[in-house]
Design a protein. Structure first.
Length: 377
């Protein structure tokens, strides 16, 4: 018997307990200065809030109470303590002490304890667990295939021109820290959601803190892509402008040369010579600038997943990248621990979300200052 199912409890002297709850004596007379209470369910001597009997049947000295086991906001903490972080060997079924009592009192003595009568609360059905594991493994496999065969986790831009000596194929682009962070949170949230849903049968389990983390990850990935696209577009625009200036300079030099070769020589011969020298100097600078900008329009080849995540476009380790990587891992560990310990999505505080936001903002700020890699780097 587990969450979402009906529990039937047999109670001795149920009528006496009902009289106490209704503040009446054996003669059905009202007891003075008594506050009426409802009967409640107790598991492991803890009251399950808002769990009142849906059906009450009195049969002589005994009676039957029927409860509907369900998880709600009022009972979330109690159920988390009961079914979260199970001991080894009790992952699927937990021995539980079962009793009833007044909602503002103590549970009545019971014969159904962890050691006696051995009632077990089903934490997760084996069939549901297998379906959950298959679903999560399938999601992990699809993500792995996408990461291997596509550029879903890699930086934007053209492929590197370097050739991998082992495979004889062009090398892949480096992994993107922002994209990997976004996928990291997506994967953690979705597998945790499926896991908790299969156990508790609750679907409204996402917290504002989890949504905040996903929003920070998605926003960082989006802005990172925009920054990369802008930086890669700048050299192209500058090159086009410089090529147009080069064409104008070459046309001007041809006209000056034709005037210098004229016979008789033009009266402003000295001025034309100075103009020619100035334009030749400018043309040399334009050619050098075009060459430099053309050399920075390439994409660095990958250095491996971990090194790509903590190194910039030049392949140098950057602290702002390491900071964002480290805090993501730390919060991920807290996330997994909370799901296993409490069987609930963690609700990160505003302070932790601000910390993650500062790390993401610092990363994006320094990213705008990163130089584009050269084609030979």
């Amino acid at each position: 018997m587990g969450l979402g199912e009906l529990m039937v409890v047999r109670v001795e002297n149920l009528q006496e307990l009902l009289n106490r709850a209704n503040c009446v004596n054996e003669l059905n007379q009202r007891i003075q200065n008594c506050q009426e209470q409802k009967l409640a369910l107790f598991l492991n001597d803890r009251i399950i809030e808002k769990h009142y009997p849906e059906a009450i049947v009195v049969q002589g000295e005994e009676g039957i109470l029927q409860f509907h086991l369900k998880r709600s906001k009022e009972t979330d903490e109690t159920w988390s303590d009961l079914v979260g972080n199970p001991p080894l060997g009790e992952f699927f079924e937990l021995p539980v002490k079962v009793s009833v009592g007044l909602e503002k009192g103590y549970p009545v003595p019971t014969d159904v304890t962890e050691d006696k009568n051995n009632f077990k609360l089903i934490r997760m059905h084996i069939n549901w667990f297998l379906i959950c594991m298959i679903t999560n493994l399938l999601l992990a496999y699809l993500l792995w295939r996408l990461a291997k065969e596509s550029d879903i986790l890699r930086v934007s831009g053209p492929q590197p021109t370097e050739i991998d000596e082992r495979t004889g194929r062009p090398k892949r682009k480096p992994f993107s820290l922002a994209s990997c962070q976004m996928v990291f949170w997506f994967f953690l949230v979705i597998i945790s959601y499926v896991f908790i849903w299969f156990i508790t049968n609750e679907s409204d389990i996402l917290t504002p803190g989890v949504l905040g983390l996903m929003g920070i990850g998605s926003g960082t990935a989006l802005l990172g892509t925009v920054i990369d696209s802008t930086k890669k577009g700048q050299p192209s625009t500058q090159i086009d402008s410089l090529k147009a200036e080069k064409q104008t300079l070459e046309n001007d030099l041809r006209q000056i040369n034709s005037q210098l070769k004229a016979s008789p020589p033009p009266p402003n011969l000295g001025e034309l010579q100075k103009t020619k020298t100035a334009k030749l100097s400018r043309l040399a600078l334009v050619d050098e600038s075009i060459s430099q900008l053309s050399g920075t329009s390439g994409t660095r080849a990958t250095l491996g997943l971990l090194r790509d995540l903590v190194t910039d476009s030049q392949g140098e380790i950057s602290f702002h990248r390491f900071q964002m990587f480290a805090w993501t891992i730390v919060l991920g560990i807290i996330f997994v621990y909370s799901v296993r310990e409490k069987l609930a999505m963690p609700d990160f505080s505003a302070t932790l979300l601000t910390l993650q936001g500062i790390s993401a903002g610092t990363f994006l700020g320094f990213k705008t200052q990163e130089k584009e890699p050269t084609k030979n780097s």
